[in-house]
Design a binder for this molecule. Structure first.
Ligand SMILES: [Fe+2]
Length: 429
């Protein structure tokens, strides 16, 4: 049950298992402001439980360390001034061992509280569930951030060896028709209130949107298809690009090998791709990933298509979240496959869920009637609703239990370090 002891420990343990392949030195890496050190993720997720549950609901609770409230606050101004984001890599202290002691200390206090919550039980369980979903978001970030940091190292470290190749033919893509009409979008309030179906505030309230008739691809754009865009001078044709994306192309014009998805490298005329399984030959049938929204949009224009809106995406995939939870559809976080696999012959839900987040053309904006929670915890999502785009579908490093039909991820259009891919849409013929 969400917010219970078992859910809490399952989530906490997975974070630590994900760190098992790390050397001590890996825990502190921060290659850019967007990526946080693994050690910081371990501590910040712990801080969340300490700040929003133990301190307010556990009488007499003593924080593990008086300075951690400041050090591991990400962006909650209501909790005080956060430590600068771009300097997290400077925090050599607390050391890794102390951070694990911090986790154990908070876990023990949470176990005590959750076994006898007393007054405020409903709030405690709701916030614990939020804390678990928050930690799942950070599990994904931990892997994507580590990948970016390791990519800076010419040794191209291997997180886990490749198991099987997963590079078979992805089959032919088909189009799924969407009929025009007024449709309901967002999490169902009854589901959100139910014990087992959590959603973030940004998925509410459920409301109506008018959808025009359209067609959505039943699969993701592959590396081979994206390669054809590059070979057709896609990165040199301003007519294909949004202005900000074209400016980024111009800025890196001196280094044409960078005119490609983030982790592609050209060596002796051969394309390679850095993955959490190390540096691999670029596999033509795997979904393309680590593209910015500008690259996704330019590719779509080149292909005579466009990106879907988040509403089209949600309508076209109703029920898939259940399919993922109940029948294992899609490729979500697993121990030995940490790169999108090709998906020949499978059902659309299987081809499109997990694998790579799909950029939509929708601005990350509040749904009509959106409200934030009271207090600092209300800073969770709402204050980021400007200048970002919504992504749908989950990725190969998203936990399966973290995904649902109404899930809205969001990043800035230039961002490439998440597992971000392309799903096409078009008007009906
Ligand atoms: Fe966070």
């Amino acid at each position: 049950v969400g917010g219970g002891l078992e859910h809490f420990f399952e989530t906490r343990q997975l974070t630590e298992r994900l760190c098992e392949p790390l050397e001590t030195e890996d825990y502190g890496l921060q290659a850019m402001a967007n990526t946080s050190p693994a050690k910081w993720h371990l501590a910040h997720t712990t801080w969340f439980f300490e700040t929003f549950i133990l301190s307010p609901f556990c009488p007499g609770y003593r924080p593990f360390h008086p300075a951690f409230e400041h050090l591991f606050n990400s962006y909650y101004n209501g909790v005080g001034k956060p430590y600068p984001r771009d300097q997290r890599g400077l925090l050599s202290r607390p050391g890794v061992e102390e951070v694990y002691r911090y986790r154990a200390y908070v876990d023990a206090a949470m176990a005590e509280l959750l076994s006898a919550p007393g007054d405020g039980e409903a709030d405690i369980r709701r916030r614990t569930e939020l804390g678990c979903h928050h930690e799942q978001q950070h599990q994904e970030l931990l892997l994507t951030d580590l990948k970016y940091c390791w990519f800076q190292n010419p040794l191209y470290p291997v997180y886990t060896p490749l198991n099987g190749d997963g590079t078979g033919d992805s089959g032919t893509m088909d189009w799924l028709p969407l009929v025009a009409g007024v449709r309901s979008i967002g999490a169902r309030a009854d589901e959100a209130d139910g014990q087992d179906s959590f959603c973030f505030d940004n998925e509410l309230p459920r409301h109506r949107q008018y959808i025009e008739a359209s067609e959505l691809a039943d699969g993701l754009v592959t590396n081979a298809e994206f390669m054809a865009f590059i070979e057709d001078d896609g990165y040199r044709r301003p007519e294909l690009w949004l202005a900000d994306g074209w400016a980024a192309c111009e800025a890196r014009r001196g280094d044409m090998d960078r005119a490609a998805p983030l982790y592609w490298l050209r060596e002796n005329g051969q394309w390679l791709e850095y993955t959490l399984h190390g540096l691999l030959p670029l596999a033509p049938h795997r979904p393309v990933c680590h593209v910015s929204a500008y690259e996704a949009d330019a590719y779509a224009r080149w292909a005579g298509c466009r990106l879907p809106t988040e509403f089209e995406w949600e309508v076209a995939s109703a029920g898939w979240g259940h399919d993922a939870a109940a029948n294992g559809a899609g490729q979500f976080l697993g121990r030995d496959q940490l790169h999108p696999l090709s998906a020949a012959g499978s059902a659309p839900a299987d081809r499109l869920l997990g694998r790579a987040w799909q950029w939509t053309s929708s601005a990350y904006a509040p749904y009509p009637g959106f409200r934030t929670a009271a207090g600092a915890i209300g800073e969770y999502n709402g204050k980021f609703m400007a200048n970002q785009l919504v992504l749908r579908g989950g990725s190969c490093v998203t936990s399966r239990s973290h995904y649902r039909d109404s899930y809205r991820n969001f990043f800035y259009p230039p961002d490439q370090w998440q597992f971000t891919g392309i799903r096409l849409a078009r008007e009906p013929a």
